[in-house]
Design a protein around this ligand. Structure first.
Ligand code: ATP
Ligand code: MG
Ligand code: MG
Length: 262
């Protein structure tokens, strides 16, 4: 008997990743819509299962936060892990119209995801896969999702970092002290990509430039905003602000000033 088929009515597939498929479903009992993610391949071995379970253990231990995709339950079925989550409208991507057109909107998204990061870092968890695709939006609220790479800040668990385009050099070199600062770099890189509207390079000289404080100018954006992205992406993790420090930045309190075009 399938718990998935018994409890849910599948509406449509809404996404897929490297390891999973995500469906929009109706829960028969409560009449509400959810997102259910399940692993693509069967997890035969305990080691595979443990790795997959990291995602739900992170989600479950965090508890609820407005800026984190809600978690409801999880179970194994046919050696596949099923995760029932809050259904969001979509994730951000430079390929989708993001509506992050003004600096005010960009700062709002950054502020909300910084709140999610402060919350998870305080609970001793690093996300390690912050990128536009893993930032969801629901009724105008931004939510951090996809905890598939999440790990403990104390470094007591093996680390599998996410998308290299958004990763700072220290983690690519396997030499890191502050895992929480990896998420700050990634958030800076994600916002930079969304604002610029160009995909981040996967390798090559531009890839290295972004890791050496050589960010191209963002026309139409204020200097304080551009400097903030620069310090978030500083090659030295100690110089990057913590999520808490980021939230204290006056840029979030004052109306943004956009650079005057000549
Ligand atoms: P990745 O290869 O990025 O690690 P993944 O296999 O971990 O992917 P997710 O990123 O969690 O899978 O989900 C894949 C896609 O499904 C997302 O990019 C998104 O489009 C969609 N999706 C996932 N969760 C939700 C949700 N809660 N609400 C709406 N859409 C979702
Ligand atoms: Mg993802
Ligand atoms: Mg993932």
């Amino acid at each position: 008997l399938s718990r998935y088929r018994t409890d849910f009515h599948e509406i449509e597939q809404i996404g897929s990743g490297n390891f999973s498929r995500v469906f929009k479903v109706l829960k028969r009992l409560d009449g509400c819509m959810y997102a259910v993610k399940h692993s693509l391949k069967r997890l035969h071995h305990d080691t595979e299962r443990c790795k997959a379970l990291m995602e739900v253990q992170a989600l479950a231990s965090l508890g609820t936060h407005e800026n984190i995709v809600g978690y409801y339950s999880s179970w194994f079925e046919n050696e596949q892990l099923y995760i029932q989550m809050e259904l969001c409208d979509r994730s951000l991507s430079i390929n989708k119209p993001s509506k992050l057109s003004t600096e005010e909107e960009v700062l709002e998204a950054m502020h909300q995801i910084a709140k999610a990061l402060q919350f998870i870092h305080e609970k001793g968890i690093a996300h390690l896969d912050v990128k536009p695709d893993n930032i969801y939006i629901k009724n105008g609220v931004y939510k951090l999702g996809d905890f598939g790479c999440a790990t403990l800040l104390d470094g007591s668990l093996p680390i599998e970092e996410g998308d290299a385009r958004y990763m700072p050099q220290e983690i690519l070199n396997d030499k890191y002290d502050y895992l929480e600062k990896v998420d700050i770099f990634s958030l800076g890189a994600a916002i930079f990509e969304l604002v610029r509207g160009l995909p981040l390079p996967e390798s090559g000289p531009h890839f290295l430039n972004l890791r050496e404080r050589k960010l191209p100018l963002l026309p139409g954006h204020s200097l304080p905003f551009q400097n903030l992205l620069k310090v978030m992406m500083d090659p030295d993790p100690a110089r990057r602000p913590s999520a808490k420090e980021l939230l204290e930045n006056p840029i979030f309190g004052r109306p943004p000033r956009t650079a005057r075009s000549k």
